[in-house]
Design a binder for this molecule. Structure first.
Ligand code: G3P
Ligand code: MG
Length: 248
């Protein structure tokens, strides 16, 4: 297992920097980097013709000017969509990035760590993971600066099978009995969990099993400081640059 932890700063840009620019667009990723963010989380899913794209929701409705499921559209349609103007007119024309665009950006910025969250849709966990991992294995220059995460157990199992040395994290919405043993059984090195679910005991249990803990999504500086004092390993934030001054 590569030592990704040492390349992962405390503050992680969530969907790029989702409070400053339209989430999961290159504008959001580039702005986060320009502001000094050195770990960026994005969501990845497949189009109907099996292209891996950076997008969060099941449907295009909220974050583009189009409607319908991403998994029903071909890449040639997706690539023409406007994924910026819903956020602010200044971002009109920002597209949905292809995984290629993200990897090209990461390869140009070797001090950047990527957290790629795999978001399978309609039981396509295996194909989504296969396509994403194959692409990253071939093209990402610094795999030691990669975290693969997912809420989807099949995706994590597939990632473990395809790329055992890759640092992986189990995403958890709510604590459940046996979460730590479960994360270990998937070969994960970390759990990423809703910050409201976190207690000192949770962090202590994770650390005893050599699991890192990162919390999503923390935009309040007070909460960020509180979690830091509890020895958490990282936080995902929509406004990462605002938190820099509050975290030392
Ligand atoms: O990966 C952390 C966080 O992004 C998980 O939730 O719904 O924002 O992808 P979501
Ligand atoms: Mg995510």
């Amino acid at each position: 297992m590569v030592d990704t932890k040492r390349y992962t700063p405390f503050i992680i840009g969530h969907r790029g920097a989702a409070a400053y620019a339209p989430e999961n667009t290159m504008a959001s990723i580039e702005l986060a980097y320009q502001l000094g963010v050195r770990c960026i989380e994005v969501d990845v899913m497949l189009t109907a013709d099996q292209h891996a794209v950076i997008f969060h929701d099941n449907t295009l409705n909220r974050c583009t000017t189009a409607q319908g499921a991403v998994s029903d559209k071909q890449w040639h349609t997706i690539k023409q969509l406007d994924a910026g103007s819903w956020f602010h007119p200044d971002f009109t024309g920002q597209g949905i990035p292809h995984l290629n665009d993200l990897v090209k950006f990461a390869n140009k910025h070797p001090d950047l760590t990527l957290n790629i969250e795999i978001k399978p849709r309609f039981k396509n966990s295996i194909s989504t993971t296969r396509i994403v991992i194959n692409y990253l294995k071939q093209h990402l220059i610094k795999p030691e600066r990669l975290i693969i995460s997912s809420f989807d157990v099949v995706a994590l199992k597939m990632a473990q099978f395809m790329w055992p040395s890759c640092y992986r994290a189990l995403n958890i919405e709510k604590r459940f009995y046996g979460w730590s043993v479960f994360a270990k059984s998937l070969g994960c090195s970390a759990v990423h969990i809703d910050h409201q679910q976190i207690t000192s005991a949770f962090i202590h249990t994770a650390h005893r099993l050599h699991l890192d803990v990162r919390a999503f999504t923390v935009n309040d500086p007070f909460r960020a400081r509180q979690l830091k004092a509890m020895q958490i390993d990282g936080i995902f934030s929509d406004c990462p640059a605002d938190l820099f001054q509050h975290i030392h």
